[in-house]
Design a binder for this molecule. Structure first.
Ligand code: GDP
Ligand code: PGA
Ligand code: MN
Ligand code: MN
Length: 583
């Protein structure tokens, strides 16, 4: 088979000449094709079937133990001019990067099948959607791409019609961390990824295309490609308010996107609708509001911590037709992870060894599930809407054990851009390296912005123009800790109480106090009824610590210095204004 698009056929032929596969398979995305892939992967041990009585059509994949997360130190943005990649990215000259990658790809698919995966990011009929083609030698990647994107014949038809697509070349290579690179060539709309099968490194539609390449395209075309969930909150009057929220990896996006309202809210008529849990593409509509789509079709969610109590929607979503990666198993082959809270015990750990606590957690801390969004009970029909949903509020947030209050609001758009640009968060297991180290992660895009952050901040600022009706901007922190080192805020479903205040602020129905860092609710401005909050929580979550914020603003100032003269002056002015107000 081949396509009606000459440039696609030529590229596939070139790649096949370089990588020398045993066979070439063009993916049509059909059920039969998926079944055949699953059978093949069960035969060679790539997938283990889970207990069919409790988890029908679900599988466990155990990755190479050194291939469990994104590798930010091996991820590069290869622009002609180094400054275009910015201090926020690893950079390599395009010619050097191509040469390096092509040497790795040389002959790497011998004895393997080369799969051609045409995919569409976003609803197939949406003008906001963008297409790509991933070439891979990993059936696991094909199966995951089928869940995570609109993959196969309809995507190919759109690509043939449009005549252009993002090119992604992937091989698992030898799964050797010494021979592993994730390279992006935004000027060529090209990705080359070698040596990893992990989602964020290998499902090229996701981080590589929908964030790094798309953010570059978005800047040129006047839209935004963001690391954000999209959630619809239906208030008792039947109105749905859409909120987009940027939290770093493993900081609560999937959970917030699938939130189930606390009992009292449910009875009052509140509902929550899931649009997306990781990526948001948005652009100004004719009415000046920002309209957003979720470019993905599935969830690649963190398993540990997911339970019937913390995220019942996720648990319902993954009951069947799910691929689990690096979870543990119970004696009767059910998936298991820390925090699942199901009363069962792990028998085999994520590496396939009999479970022994001396070896660490039973599931890898970054164990994941891949599942179709359509299986989520709260999945919104609006997620398939070609024009997207209008965004009422943008929320930034991260893991901050100290200083940062539960919620505050930006004074205006430029202040909101500064709040996003100065986000900090403690690192998590979603990327290799130390966990729990505070780092700056502007707009949760540190690992994902395909160009210089200074230009990115300027792009964000540019949306504030005549005729724009921009969302209000907020910052949240679900992860503040008390003296005893435990989280002060119950989080999960209770986060709706914060979303309620946010929606009321947008509608001019809630009050706030003016502080140098922004508009803070008083305890009494939030509905905290029935919440077992300690006195410490009641004060700490709402407090504005002037002394602490002075140090924070100084640290933010240093962060902005990294971008030198390229940094937009408006951002520096915002930082100076706040620093001055703090005295
Ligand atoms: P994502 O990677 O940003 O989508 O984050 P997830 O929603 O998958 O959550 C990552 C981890 O943080 C999981 O272990 C969750 O159980 C935990 N988590 C999510 N939301 C909250 C919250 O509101 N409070 C607390 N304490 N933990 C949370
Ligand atoms: P996450 O997605 O944001 O849900 O963790 C994967 C990632 O960012 O690596
Ligand atoms: Mn993510
Ligand atoms: Mn997630």
């Amino acid at each position: 088979m081949s396509s009606r698009l000459e440039s696609l056929n030529t590229w596939v032929a070139e790649v096949a000449r370089l990588t020398r596969p045993q066979a070439v398979h063009w993916c049509d995305g059909s059920e039969a094709e998926y079944r055949a892939l699953l059978a093949r992967m069960q035969a060679d041990g790539t997938l283990l079937p889970l207990n069919p009585d409790t988890h029908p059509d679900s599988y466990l994949h155990r990755s190479h133990p050194d291939d469990v997360a994104r590798v930010e130190h091996l991820t590069f943005v290869c622009t002609r001019a180094r400054e275009d990649a910015g201090p926020n990215n690893n950079w390599m000259a395009p010619a050097e990067a191509h040469a390096k990658m092509d040497a790795l790809f040389d002959g790497c698919m011998q004895g393997r099948t080369l799969y051609v995966i045409p995919y569409c990011m976003g609803p197939i009929d949406s003008p906001l959607s963008r297409c790509g083609v991933e070439i891979t030698d990993s059936p696991y990647v094909v199966a995951n791409m089928r869940i995570m994107t609109r993959m196969g014949a309809p995507a190919l038809a759109r690509i043939e019609r449009e005549g252009h697509f993002v090119k992604g070349l992937h091989s698992i290579g030898e799964l050797d961390p010494e021979r592993r690179f994730i390279m992006h060539f935004p000027e060529e709309l090209t990705i080359k990824s070698y040596g990893s099968g992990y989602g964020g490194n290998a499902l090229l539609g996701k981080k590589c295309h929908a964030l790094r390449i798309a953010s570059w395209q978005a800047r040129q075309e006047g839209w935004l490609a963001e690391h954000m969930l999209i959630v619809g909150v239906e208030t008792p009057d039947g109105q749905v308010h859409y909120i987009a929220a940027a939290f770093p990896s493993a900081c609560g996006k999937t959970n917030l996107a699938m939130l189930i309202p606390p009992e009292r809210y449910r009875r009052a008529g509140w509902k929550v609708w899931t649009i997306g849990d990781d990526i948001c593409w948005m652009r100004p509509g004719p009415d000046g509001r920002l309209y957003a789509i979720n470019p993905e079709a599935g969830f690649f969610g963190v398993a540990p911590g997911t339970s019937a109590r913390s995220n019942p929607n996720a648990m319902a979503t993954i009951r069947a037709n799910t691929i689990f990666t690096n979870v543990a198993l119970t004696a009767d082959h059910q998936p298991w992870w820390e925090g699942i809270d199901d009363g069962k015990l792990p028998a085999v750990d994520w590496r396939g060894r009999p479970y022994d606590p001396a070896n660490g957690p039973a599931a890898h801390p970054n164990a994941r599930f891949t599942v179709s969004a359509k299986q989520c009970p709260s999945y919104s029909p609006m997620a398939e809407h070609p024009q997207g949903v209008p965004i009422s509020a943008i929320v930034f947030g991260g893991r901050r054990a100290s200083l940062v209050p539960l919620v505050f609001q930006a004074r205006d758009w430029a202040h909101g851009v500064l709040i996003g640009a100065s986000m900090g968060s403690e690192t998590t297991a979603a990327a290799t390296g130390a966990v729990g180290v505070m780092r700056r992660d502007p707009m949760a895009m540190k690992p994902f912005c395909g160009y210089n952050f200074a230009d990115y901040f300027a792009h964000w600022l540019s949306f504030d123009r005549p005729g724009a009706r921009l969302p209000a901007i907020f910052h949240v922190n679900w992860f503040r800790k008390g003296q005893d080192g435990r989280f002060l805020w119950p989080g999960f479903g209770e986060n709706l109480r914060v979303l309620e205040w946010i929606i009321k602020r947008v509608n001019g129905q809630a009050s706030a106090i003016d502080t140098p860092i922004g508009l803070l609710p008083r305890q009494t401005d939030l509905d905290l009824e029935d919440l077992p909050l300690s006195d410490e929580a009641r004060t700490t979550l709402f407090e504005f610590d002037r002394e602490g914020w002075r140090a924070e603003l100084a640290s933010i100032g240093q962060e902005l210095d990294r971008y030198g003269a390229r940094l937009p002056a408006a951002l520096r002015q915002q930082q100076q204004r706040i620093a001055k107000a703090l005295g």
